[in-house]
Write a protein that binds this ligand. Structure first.
Ligand SMILES: *Cc1c(COP(=O)(O)O)cnc(C)c1O
Length: 230
């Protein structure tokens, strides 16, 4: 059994190797540790190891963990919401997140904006569906430009930072991430400084780095297996 600290160190070494292998500076890549399904205690342990960015994919779990950890030494921690977002949960997600990776339709952008229209700008990624299944999360690549325009024009409390994607299981991840990078270029026709790209998980982060990812979402490679949700 390895410890959390050992897994974190090992992952960061692999991240740095993958970046240098393609001529990138590891320091320009944000490694988000995905803590979903784990107890709040894991977040405390990660913070003690210097982790600054954590990711959750369910609003109730995110809200509960933040409440449980309130008052502890968690200042400076950034909470990333990476899960499918329902409009009725948008208010709670906005309150509990520093960054939302899963804006995938106009109504979700509208709901996040309406939750705090005069508030401090919320960083958002536009999630792009990289699969052939329209039922999966994410806007289709052909519609991402319209979503970027809507969000930029109609939701001034949101700051469009870039694109997010999950590589399909039935395809080489590099090919999928190349489509995501192209979607990012499309978004920059509307929002020129939307240079971020959220891509890469435990199994495919090297390919994501090669394709230009700026934000990695790493779960099991750092945390170990997730507890069973039953
Ligand atoms: C769970 C999750 C991850 C992390 O996956 P691992 O394979 O455990 O690294 C990344 N992104 C999203 C959207 C997730 O839901």
């Amino acid at each position: 059994m390895t410890s959390l600290a050992e897994r974190l160190t090992a992952l960061d070494a692999r991240l740095a190797d993958a970046a240098r292998a393609v001529g990138r500076d590891p320091g320009e890549i944000t490694r988000i540790v995905v803590t979903k399904f784990h107890p709040a205690r894991l977040v405390t342990d990660l913070a003690a190891l210097g982790v600054r960015d954590v990711g959750e994919n369910r609003q109730q779990e995110l809200t509960a963990k933040r409440a449980e950890l309130e008052g502890s030494a968690l200042d400076g921690l950034r909470w990333h919401f990476i899960g499918q977002l329902q409009t009725k949960k948008a208010r709670a997600v906005r309150v509990a997140s520093d960054c939302v990776h899963s804006v995938d339709r106009d109504r979700v952008a509208d709901a996040l904006h309406a939750a705090d229209p005069e508030g401090a700008p919320l960083d958002v990624f536009l999630q792009v569906n990289l699969t052939a299944d329209p039922g999966r999360g994410g806007v289709s690549p052909s519609e991402v430009e319209a979503l970027a325009a809507h969000t930029a024009d109609r939701c001034p409390s949101l700051r469009v930072r870039g694109v997010m994607g999950v590589a399909p299981l039935d395809e080489a991840p590099g090919a999928a991430f190349a489509r995501l990078a192209a979607a990012g270029e499309t978004v920059r026709r509307v929002v020129p400084d939307a240079s971020w790209m959220s891509a890469g998980m435990s199994g495919d982060f090297a390919e994501a780095i090669a394709a230009g990812a700026t934000h990695l979402r790493i779960g099991t490679a750092i945390t170990g297996p997730r507890p069973d949700r039953g």
